[in-house]
Design a binder for this molecule. Sequence first.
Ligand SMILES: *[C@@H]1O[C@H](CO)[C@@H](O)[C@H](O)[C@H]1NC(C)=O
Ligand SMILES: *[C@@H]1O[C@H](CO)[C@@H](O)[C@H](O)[C@H]1NC(C)=O
Ligand SMILES: *[C@@H]1O[C@H](CO)[C@@H](O)[C@H](O)[C@H]1NC(C)=O
Ligand SMILES: *[C@@H]1O[C@H](CO)[C@@H](O)[C@H](O)[C@H]1NC(C)=O
Ligand SMILES: *[C@@H]1O[C@H](CO)[C@@H](O)[C@H](O)[C@H]1NC(C)=O
Ligand SMILES: *[C@@H]1O[C@H](CO)[C@@H](O)[C@H](O)[C@H]1NC(C)=O
Ligand SMILES: *[C@@H]1O[C@H](CO)[C@@H](O)[C@H](O)[C@H]1NC(C)=O
Ligand SMILES: *[C@@H]1O[C@H](CO)[C@@H](O)[C@H](O)[C@H]1NC(C)=O
Length: 509
Amino acid sequence: MLFNIPVLLSTATFIASGKCSSHTIAVPSSPKNNSPVVPNDLQSMSIEFAYFPDYAGNKSHPNKFSKNLLQNLKSITGIAPKVRVGGTSQDHATYFPDQEDNVQLIYENPTDDQPIQINYGPTFFESYHTLGQIKFLHGLNMAQNKSTEQLELEAMEACTSIGPQLYLYELGNEFNFAPGTYRSTNYSLLDYSEEWNTKSAIVKSAVQKACPGSFPGFMAPSLVLLDFIANTTWTAEDLYNLGYDEHNLTKELCFHNYMGVNAAPLPPAQFDLQRTLMNHTSIVHNLGLQIKRSENLAYLGLPYTLGELNSIANQGRNGETNVFGDALWLVDFSLWAAAHGIKRLQFHQGLNYRYASWQPIESNGIPPTTRPPYYGQIMVANAIGQSKNTRIVNIPLSEETESAYAIYNGDRLSKLVVTNLRAFNQTTSDRPSREYKFHVPAQHKSARIERLTGPGSDALANITFGGISYDYALKEGKPVQQYSNEKTRIRNGLLTIEVPDSSAVLLTL
Ligand SMILES: *[C@@H]1O[C@H](CO)[C@@H](O)[C@H](O)[C@H]1NC(C)=O
Ligand SMILES: *[C@@H]1O[C@H](CO)[C@@H](O)[C@H](O)[C@H]1NC(C)=O
Ligand SMILES: *[C@@H]1O[C@H](CO)[C@@H](O)[C@H](O)[C@H]1NC(C)=O
Ligand SMILES: *[C@@H]1O[C@H](CO)[C@@H](O)[C@H](O)[C@H]1NC(C)=O
Ligand SMILES: *[C@@H]1O[C@H](CO)[C@@H](O)[C@H](O)[C@H]1NC(C)=O
Ligand SMILES: *[C@@H]1O[C@H](CO)[C@@H](O)[C@H](O)[C@H]1NC(C)=O
Ligand SMILES: *[C@@H]1O[C@H](CO)[C@@H](O)[C@H](O)[C@H]1NC(C)=O
Ligand SMILES: *[C@@H]1O[C@H](CO)[C@@H](O)[C@H](O)[C@H]1NC(C)=O
């Protein structure tokens, strides 16, 4: 069904409260020489090992909803998102070749977010063949140190069962937490480096026996080095100076990233949404550490990825990471990361996780649902598009609750993105907006307007991008056009656009 564009968006209900960048903003006509090319699969996924069968289903019961949501991203960018299967549960997972069940999850407390023990058998790998032509990054258990055979077995089963869709291995998850948990408290960075080197060589030779041909390689080291999550003296720079990965088996650098952590003391969720997520300054500050590290490690000549990330660690927080404001965070975060050379963002997913982009099956009484963060991923995918030469440049704005990006196809300006990160509660009546005037090269005469919008930053549903809904209830996650899109004329190189609070816009020139 085609509805009219909500009144809100077409008739500028402009309320002059708050500051507004109404001066003309210059857009660079071409990107800087060192602007990195953005890979089309920037928006990718990480799925918790224990919950992968819930997301993907199996041969007899494939999860079509998940397949549709991944396929949507592929239709937009031309390249399917990559899927990493791993996380904390990968280091608690044991492979049993004789087990009939695909997976057995053993919980310490029934309400825990994650099981403490995961037993999986050969049918677990059916889930790698239900989602279409996806390339996988498969997590191996590094924590278990009882048996080398066990490690060989799980690595060999992965290469034979996943086949050509196996993109890379991962050996261990967030091993900076190992001292005092998986290992003795005196377990050092050097111990880690040596253990990883030994075990990665074991994996390589086992895989080369089971699956002759070139060894896929690893993404590594998968550490989370953020002082609000874990204080440690470990650094990635030291790790490589200690001879980590002496045989160069790593194909992609991988670090984990979160904006904050769901742990006491907690400020109100709505407050933290504006303070931590809907805050461009906070995003720049948070990513600064990763960008610096990527520069320090550039000499390794490997792509720098965030192999597991999301908004707030410990599976997110209701009212903050499961609401529309989180989708706006995701857009600003992703574009800033891409503009600074981060090559892939694997947003972490798990059943009932509070930051998940979708709920794949009914669970805890909640039916399958497309969640707000997914719409952020869709917007970023559209901003990148199918060009093999997309470059992104940030356009500095004055407020911490706004951001803008110019997007180029090669040297040619092709798109603009604006986010308005001011929180707006859906229960409030008048929705303020900001007006932007961009000065663009004079040959551009009009722009297509696609908005990322929803009832408010606190909304759980009724989100659209470009007027399209991807909700489960409509067509099992396939796109359904709900509202038509606007177009704007550009007069004398001046593009004027209203952006309501808690929304974002993609302008295609
Ligand atoms: C496949 O999934 C269905 C539905 O979840 C389940 O009943 C069945 O046992 C699974 N098959 C295997 C081999 O795990
Ligand atoms: C793990 O096992 C290997 C081989 O059995 C051994 O050399 C190593 O010291 C062990 N590491 C730890 C931390 O237990
Ligand atoms: C670390 O601790 C273990 C057990 O507590 C002990 O056996 C080992 O000698 C210690 N290693 C070092 C280098 O202190
Ligand atoms: C790490 O140390 C900093 C500075 O002392 C402190 O603010 C932070 O809370 C610590 N983080 C953790 C997870 O303990
Ligand atoms: C690994 O790469 C480094 C830097 O490129 C090189 O110096 C070294 O010889 C390589 N090692 C192996 C075993 O290929
Ligand atoms: C936005 O983040 C910055 C940096 O963390 C912080 O100083 C500022 O107070 C935040 N703004 C709001 C409104 O919380
Ligand atoms: C939104 O509503 C919450 C809860 O009533 C309140 O704490 C918050 O200040 C409101 N935010 C805005 C931007 O009005
Ligand atoms: C979504 O919009 C529909 C129609 O306006 C409304 O009935 C429904 O309550 C909304 N859902 C949520 C969760 O806001």
